[in-house]
Structures are given as structure tokens and as C-alpha cells.
Design a protein around this ligand. Structure first.
Ligand SMILES: [Zn+2]
Length: 220
């Protein structure tokens, strides 16, 4: 395990405590727009989700990324990150673990389920295909039963090859078959980053043949 990475990431997240994220309160107001107070809470390789139960009520929405595997030494061990099989197994282990906690699942989403953060680009399709199978089907069924939302991050659907398109769509279609509900997200950090994203989201609606029934509805 890379101790340097572990302590660096732990320190980086330590600064992003409740006092830090609550600086955006009170939320903006605008006619016709509902603003939610949410947080993306990291999940470590030891299956710890970075939001304490005492804070569950403070948030309208909590998203958990299980695949921030670019943070080797913090979210995945070096050994696990070394092979496509290791990455795929860790992904499934983390998905199982996040569904096995006592999170307020009616307002929890799985951030960018698969994305470029998963692994090296050279093995991305292979890893996505290794993830997609019977174990994932079981876990997606539980995801649906718990009412956890699955994020459709528009960047995940900007395919670089037909092979990638097939692997990624197969995974999300399996989620849909299992009854999972979806919401859209971008990783825009500035309003300019939202340009063109509505059209990109509409393309995903067509690709996955989504209807209103497939929409994740936050309960508060
Ligand atoms: Zn993220």
C-alpha cells in the first residue's frame, strides 16, 4: 500500500468536512428550480463511507462513488489496482458493501458508476465486461430494492469505440432490467461546463430507452 497516497488523500478530504460543505447554505432560490443540499461522500478501500450517521439528516442527497480508483492507496490497494480482475472484483466488493450499510438509501445515489476513473484506458472495456455478470445482476436487484439511484454521468457515454459503447450499454441495460432508477449528472465545475449536456443526456435516454418510470425520485 502506498502510504504517501493514503495520507495525502485522507488529508485532502479532512479539509472537506461539514463546516466546509455547508458554506453553500443557505441554498439559492429561483422560480421553477428546486435546489438540493447534497454531498459526494468518498468510500475508502476499507469500505468506510465518508459521511457520519449524525449528518444523514443534514443532506437532501448523498452520492457515493465506489469507483474513484484513480486514488490508488486510498480507495483501492495497489495490489487490487494492478490487474483488470482485481479492479473488477474491488468494484463489485464495494458495491456490495455500500448496499450493506445503514445509509438513508431513499436519498442515496451511486456517482458515475463506471467512468474513466475506474482504471487505465487500455483495459477499461475489459474491466467493464468483467464487472457485468451474475454477481452484478444480484447487486443491481438489491440496488433497486433499496431504492438507490444510479447516476448516468454524461461523460461515461462519450464512447471512444464501438467496443466501449457495447460494454458500457450492456452494464447500464442490466441495471435497467433489474429495476434500477436513474438520474443524470455532469462533472461540470462551472456553468460553462453544462453547455451541450442536455442534448447529451437526451441521447442517453434514447440509447437506454428510458421512460419516466426509470427516473430516480428522491424522497425526503
Ligand atoms: Zn466523483
Amino acid at each position: 500500500m502506498d502510504k504517501h497516497n493514503t495520507s495525502w488523500f485522507a488529508g485532502w478530504y479532512a479539509q472537506q468536512d461539514y463546516r466546509h460543505v455547508s458554506q453553500c447554505l443557505p441554498l439559492p432560490q429561483a422560480p421553477g428550480v428546486e435546489f438540493l443540499f447534497g454531498v459526494e461522500a468518498e468510500m475508502t478501500m476499507d469500505m468506510v463511507v465518508g459521511v457520519s450517521p449524525q449528518r444523514y439528516d443534514a443532506f437532501d442527497f448523498i452520492v457515493v462513488p465506489i469507483s474513484h480508483f484513480h486514488q490508488v492507496g486510498f480507495t483501492i490497494s495497489q495490489e487490487e489496482a494492478a490487474t483488470p480482475e482485481g479492479v473488477a472484483t474491488k468494484f463489485l466488493d464495494k458495491l456490495e458493501a455500500v448496499l450493506d450499510q445503514s445509509l438513508p438509501y431513499h436519498k442515496v445515489g451511486l456517482a458515475h458508476l463506471v467512468s474513466a476513473k475506474l482504471c487505465d484506458a487500455a483495459v477499461y472495456c475489459q474491466v467493464v465486461r468483467l464487472i457485468t455478470g451474475e454477481r452484478l445482476q444480484r447487486l443491481f436487484t438489491k440496488t433497486a430494492e433499496l431504492g438507490v439511484g444510479i447516476e448516468l454521468n454524461v461523460d461515461t457515454f462519450l464512447f471512444k469505440s464501438p467496443e466501449e459503447e457495447k460494454a458500457v450499454l450492456d452494464l447500464y441495460r442490466l441495471a435497467k432490467q433489474c429495476g434500477c432508477k436513474f438520474y443524470f449528472a455532469t462533472d461540470a465545475h462551472h456553468p460553462s461546463g453544462l453547455v451541450g449536456r442536455k442534448a447529451a443526456a437526451e441521447r442517453i435516454v434514447d440509447l437506454l430507452e428510458l421512460t419516466e418510470d426509470d427516473k430516480f425520485r428522491l424522497r425526503r
